[in-house]
Design a protein around this ligand. Structure first.
Ligand code: PGA
Length: 237
């Protein structure tokens, strides 16, 4: 079945590095059976989009402003992302929450801005998947998805906070129950079950096993997406 494989480059790669990556990567994944997306930094979006124009690979951003436009120095609006060629945006990543104080309320505003511009949204939940996760996820989803237009494209990413960039992954058998709870709670708010991605130290050695889980609709990949060969292997799993 066609699933998602999404690269989050975080704050890595200059424009030149993005261009080099795109050239090399596209031929490596020409046969992939998945939906692939790459999310470079803001400045990498336009060059990435231009070089991938002749492919089915989606290009996304890692953040956007929570306002439409105005005197918000240093911010980048959803409309700007759209004009740079982005198809989608990752919002509410746990690094945004931890280092830049993003709350569920702020992320909710960002989702609405992105949707207004027709961008697909990958919204990240911040949880550890441990005791009390059901209650925590329910609360987060209620705020994050409040008033979100069910007609717009929304994907949820679940990344246990302790698994991001640490090399540790959740036991495969523990992933499925969590993703099921997320889908069910989201359905209560938006009326349908969205696709749910798993993230947190996904690598070549565990990608296939996680992608095979029925309730997992794809992967969000950080560290292992930096190298085009390694990321291509994941896309071809
Ligand atoms: P990681 O990052 O794959 O390096 O753990 C995932 C993410 O933060 O999206």
């Amino acid at each position: 079945m066609r699933k998602w494989v999404v690269a989050n480059f975080k704050m890595f790669k200059t424009i030149e590095e993005v261009e080099e990556y795109a050239e090399e990567f596209k031929s490596l994944v020409a046969e992939s059976k998945h939906n692939i997306a790459v999310c470079p930094s803001f400045v990498g979006i336009k060059p990435m989009e231009e070089l991938l124009e002749d492919t089915d690979i989606f290009v996304g951003a890692q953040n956007c402003a929570d306002e439409e436009e105005g005197a918000y120095t240093g911010e980048v609006s959803a409309k700007m992302l759209k004009s740079a060629g982005a198809d989608m945006v990752i919002l509410g990543h746990s690094e945004r929450r931890r280092y830049y104080g993003e709350t569920d309320e702020i992320v909710n505003k960002k989702i609405k801005q992105a949707h207004k511009e027709g961008l697909a949204v990958i919204v990240c939940l911040a949880d550890d998947g441990g005791d009390g996760f059901e209650e925590n996820i329910k609360k987060q989803i209620e705020v994050l998805l409040d008033g979100v237009d069910a007609g717009e494209k929304l994907i949820i990413a679940f990344e246990p906070v302790w698994a991001i960039g640490t090399g540790k992954t959740m036991k495969t058998e523990d992933i499925e129950p969590v993703t099921k709870v997320i889908k069910e709670e989201a359905r209560k708010v938006i009326g349908y079950m969205p696709e749910v991605l798993y993230g947190g130290s996904v690598k070549v050695s565990n990608a296939e096993e996680i992608l095979a889980l029925e309730s997992v609709d794809g992967l969000l990949v950080g560290g292992a997406s930096k190298d085009p060969n390694e990321f291509a292997k994941i896309c071809n799993s």
